[in-house]
Design a protein around this ligand. Structure first.
Ligand SMILES: *[C@@H]1O[C@H](CO)[C@@H](O)[C@H](O)[C@H]1NC(C)=O
Ligand SMILES: *[C@@H]1O[C@H](CO)[C@@H](O)[C@H](O)[C@H]1NC(C)=O
Ligand SMILES: *[C@@H]1O[C@H](CO)[C@@H](O)[C@H](O)[C@H]1NC(C)=O
Ligand SMILES: *[C@@H]1O[C@H](CO)[C@@H](O)[C@H](O)[C@H]1NC(C)=O
Ligand SMILES: *[C@@H]1O[C@H](CO)[C@@H](O)[C@H](O)[C@H]1NC(C)=O
Ligand SMILES: *[C@@H]1O[C@H](CO)[C@@H](O)[C@H](O)[C@H]1NC(C)=O
Length: 166
């Protein structure tokens, strides 16, 4: 029960405070000899939109988590297969996936990294960054790139993976 209380407070905290709080690991994962996802870097976040041919649209960026040793490309285009979490798209390293919600007042890029995959981890860490985009538009297309170039985000929650995920 204490465990679920902790998860609940993790879900609620980010909404309440502006300062990012890292999560605390559940007992079952503390016992494992693995590095938990703590923070991540998103680089060169880019959204390309074609005015007429939606098959050319894409969203892409580079993802790295130096602590867990992941360095991968993330890309959503017309050939992408959806991830298990709703609206998520897997990166080349499928231990990582992302959700981009452009409809939010401050568009949000959420990253999901499976915790301790090498020890059969069934928890996933989630955190968000809010890329500030600059667009170059023409009549035929639009390319929007994050001004920050590279942004570090903090994983604020660690939750059991949805049952359908594995
Ligand atoms: C990222 O996490 C590592 C520990 O894994 C810590 O040493 C580092 O200071 C953190 N960096 C940021 C920008 O939060
Ligand atoms: C981001 O893009 C710049 C310019 O194209 C490139 O030099 C840099 O290596 C890229 N960074 C990553 C992490 O891919
Ligand atoms: C994809 O492309 C189509 C046609 O160019 C455009 O109308 C649509 O808004 C684009 N979708 C996204 C998610 O940007
Ligand atoms: C996910 O992590 C596991 C354990 O480190 C690794 O064996 C596997 O190759 C990773 N998956 C991908 C697609 O890289
Ligand atoms: C986003 O970019 C605009 C225009 O350059 C700037 O006014 C604003 O402060 C930036 N916001 C953040 C969060 O960087
Ligand atoms: C450029 O295109 C993006 C969508 O691709 C749109 O959000 C933005 O408002 C456009 N900017 C201008 C100046 O038309």
């Amino acid at each position: 029960m204490m465990y679920y209380t902790t998860l609940l407070s993790l879900l609620v905290l980010p909404a309440m405070s502006k300062a990012f709080k890292a999560y605390s690991a559940p007992f079952s994962l503390q016992a494992k000899d693995c590095i938990l996802p703590a923070n991540f870097t998103v680089s060169n976040f880019t959204i390309y939109t074609d005015s007429t041919d939606s098959s050319k649209n894409y969203t892409k960026f580079s993802y790295s988590d130096a602590a867990t040793g992941i360095d991968t490309l993330c890309r959503h285009d017309s050939a992408s297969k959806p991830g298990t979490t709703a609206n998520s798209w897997p990166c080349d390293n499928q231990n990582v996936s992302f959700i981009y919600d452009a409809a939010k007042p401050t568009p949000e890029l959420s990253l999901i990294e499976i915790a301790c995959p090498e020890s059969g981890g069934n928890f996933e860490a989630t955190g968000s960054v809010y890329p500030n985009m600059t667009c170059t538009n023409s009549t035929s297309d639009s390319t929007c790139i994050a001004q920050q170039g590279s942004t570090t985000g903090v994983f604020v929650s660690l939750e059991p993976m949805p049952p359908t995920s594995r």
